[in-house]
Design a binder for this molecule. Structure first.
Ligand code: ATP
Length: 432
């Protein structure tokens, strides 16, 4: 194999010390077992780019499961084994994990013998990967710890900013790589290498993605939506004519301005200290769907088999976001806005904000959000009981009315709230 460059120092600078010691320890275990072990994939790519990477993928020339078990034992970690794939996941305390794979063992000299591990089994493992920048490894073995293994020119492609497949059938073999390629291209601000782009366009023209299950497509789509800035990748999906297949009946050109506005909206909400606006993938997914009627949206949701809870959330968002925008534009009272706001999920907020065209409206929106999350009535059902009312359905209505009056500034002290509740209950049938 072609090896060049040792990144031991880069690793020490770029990885937390506990990662380094784990990687070195994996090397020791492998040495004692007579195996060789490498860290492969994203970790090498991101180290070379100077970016943070928290996934550790190990490839073992030898029995990966055995090595994973030993590692788990030494770290007091649980090990999840997938016999069928000869892989294992070491679940370390503190939410980090190490995936261990077995580089394919090539041949057996005679049936009961120890498998002879071909010198190129790492090569084979890396050759099955998606792009050159993801197909590098770094040795963890004590004799050459930190040596980069780069059979396919991943380092050069990283430097030149190119996403390149390893062979011409790559997209045919696994069409989800189309989505992965676009994700990496936009995440790292690189480009699909010209020949790779040509192969991608051919695969798209012959509808390769239609051969893949929607579950697998959703997995990769969700990865795109989970990127810190999914906008450019979504635009690229449209540019490469994948959009109609992925989001039937959504007109990309109509939602593009909103998608482009979302990063600013999200920043604005953060700067207003709006607490938790929820999951980013859902924010973007809602923006993709927001102009559809429910039925067409539901078709997409069932296409990707989204769970009922998520589907309900999305339905609520689609049914309610316009009312909030209209309410703000028409300057209705805070209580009215609050009522509309609590019927939509928080992930709708950036979308709503993207529709507000003036700073004044945007400020007002943030103020209402703050009020809704902070303002609570000072009185409770207990106070109403003490006033001699009998608990019943009117209680909740009265407290709700107090909350709304508070939002609108009609009441502000506890005393005022009590009087407001009393008046409400005597008018609307609270029983004493
Ligand atoms: P991220 O930073 O998004 O986690 P990653 O490179 O770690 O990026 P994963 O999806 O976790 O991405 O995949 C880990 C590695 O497995 C990749 O670097 C790649 O080499 C390989 N891989 C994943 N999916 C595929 C695929 N569909 N085809 C080929 N190789 C793949």
């Amino acid at each position: 194999g072609e090896m060049y460059g040792n990144i031991r120092d880069l690793m020490r600078r770029g990885l937390p010390p506990e990662y380094i010691s784990l990687l070195e320890h994996a090397g020791e275990i492998a040495f004692n077992m007579g195996y060789r072990v490498y860290a492969a994939g994203g970790i090498v790519r991101d180290l070379l780019l100077g970016m943070e990477c928290l996934d550790i993928d190990l490839v073992v020339e030898g029995d990966g499961i055995e090595l994973a078990r030993a590692l788990g034992q030494d770290y007091g970690a649980r090990v999840r084994v997938h016999q069928k794939f000869k892989t294992a996941t070491v679940l370390l305390p503190g939410e980090w994990q190490v995936d261990v794979a077995t580089a394919r063992m090539e041949f057996y000299q005679y049936p009961a013998a120890m498998p002879q591990i071909e010198a190129s089994s790492l090569h084979q493992d890396l050759y099955r990967r998606d792009f050159t920048i993801n197909a590098m490894a770094v040795s963890l073995n004590r004799d050459d710890f930190g040596e980069v293994v780069d059979f396919f020119g991943g380092r050069e492609d990283l430097q030149r900013g190119l996403i390149r497949v390893l062979h011409n059938l790559s997209f045919v073999e696994d069409p989800t790589r189309l989505l992965r390629g676009i994700r990496f291209e936009k995440r790292y601000n690189m480009s699909l290498e010209p020949q790779t782009l040509k192969l991608a366009q051919e695969a798209i023209r012959s509808k390769m993605l239609a051969r893949v299950s929607r579950e697998r497509i959703w997995e990769e789509l969700k990865c795109i939506l989970l990127e810190p800035r999914p906008g450019p990748a979504l635009a690229r999906l449209a540019e490469l004519k994948l959009w109609d297949f992925l989001f039937p009946a959504v007109d990309y050109s109509k939602i593009a301005p909103v998608i482009d506005e979302l990063p600013r909206s999200i920043n604005f909400l953060r700067s207003c200290n709006v607490p938790g606006i929820g999951e980013t993938w859902l924010i973007y997914f809602l923006a993709v769907l927001h102009q559809m009627d429910r039925q067409s949206a539901d078709e997409i949701l069932s296409l990707y088999r989204l769970g009922r809870r998520q589907a309900e959330k999305i339905d609520a968002a689609l049914g309610g976001w316009r009312d909030v925008v209209e309410g703000l534009r028409c300057h209705i009272a805070t209580s009215g806005l609050a009522r509309r706001l609590i019927s939509v999920p928080t992930e709708t907020y950036p979308l709503i904000l993207a529709y507000l065209e003036t700073n004044e409206l945007r400020r007002r929106f943030c103020d209402v959000l703050t009020a809704v999350s902070c303002e609570k009535p000072a009185i409770s059902g207990k106070d109403l009981r003490h006033m001699g009312y009998r608990p019943g359905p009117a209680f909740k209505k009265a407290l709700d009315a107090v909350w709304q009056a508070r939002l609108d500034g009609i009441v502000s002290t506890r005393q005022e709230e009590l009087e407001y509740a009393k008046e409400f209950l005597s008018k609307y049938g609270g029983e004493r």
